[in-house]
Design a protein around this ligand. Structure first.
Ligand code: KIV
Length: 241
């Protein structure tokens, strides 16, 4: 089971919660950096945030997202990015969004000792191509494609596969077809593990969260009232006392 974190503070608390892995997701772009999608997130941004999370020295496995399009670039660029995420920033594995077409690149990474988590189903980095978010794996043809993607990525050496917004019942089928763990997000209860975006879990954002999310606390409201109390006390000369 995993959760995302983007800085040392959140990584500290995530690690104390007992999660198995912390993902420095490229969701950093939408949750922290104010972008509309994950597309503008660069390798330099991922290095910066991954290094911050690594400084918390988490016990949990530290996975860093490969940013937009890099996995589809030539292999040397992908290899270089993976090495930088691991050697410079301290990631222990990389996550790559993509289908069976990426399997040859993934196989070369894993044979070089780079642990790779696959990511199938909804691929947010393809937002502009997809035109929106929806559930995958509802039609027979999509089920077939997703199964082939998952099996090809497993064969290429992925140690786990994340499936995002994949039909709940079909996720159960995928999980039973795979030997490696299937980690779901918005994919129902039949996966082997789950991941959520930390800002969503914490109710810490100013935009609506996806319907599959469970907000365990409304931290945004608490932050706002703490800041408001501070402003009010300073303006009324009650702080500092
Ligand atoms: O970037 C991210 O946060 C993700 C989610 C699917 C967990 O990839």
């Amino acid at each position: 089971m995993g959760i995302t974190a983007y800085d040392a503070v959140m990584a500290h608390y995530a690690d104390k919660s007992g999660v198995d892995f912390i993902l420095v997701g490229d969701s950093v772009g939408t949750t922290q950096l104010g972008f509309e999608t994950t597309v503008p997130v660069t390798l330099e941004m991922m290095l910066h945030h991954t290094a911050a999370v690594a400084r918390a020295q988490p016990r949990a496995l530290l996975v860093a997202d490969m940013p937009f399009a890099l996995a589809r670039a030539d292999f040397d660029k992908l290899m270089d990015a993976s090495c930088r995420l691991m050697q410079e920033a301290g990631a222990e594995a990389v996550k790559i969004e993509g289908d069976a077409a990426l399997a040859p690149h993934v196989a070369r990474l894993t044979s070089a000792g780079i642990p790779v988590m696959g990511h199938i189903g909804l691929l947010p980095q393809q937002f502009h191509q997809l035109g929106g978010y929806r559930t995958y794996g509802r039609t027979e043809s999509e089920k077939q494609v997703l199964l082939e993607d998952a099996l090809a990525l497993e064969e290429a050496g992925c140690f786990a596969i994340l499936c995002e917004m994949t039909d709940s019942m079909f996720s159960g089928t995928l999980s039973s077809e795979l030997k490696v763990p299937l980690i779901g997000i918005g994919s129902g209860p039949h996966c082997d593990g789950q991941i959520l975006v930390s800002n969503d879990v914490l109710g810490l954002g100013h935009k609506p969260v996806p319907s599959f999310v469970k907000e365990y606390v409304q931290l945004g409201d608490q932050v706002e009232s703490a800041f408001s109390a501070y402003v009010e006390e300073v303006r009324n000369r009650r702080f500092p006392s």
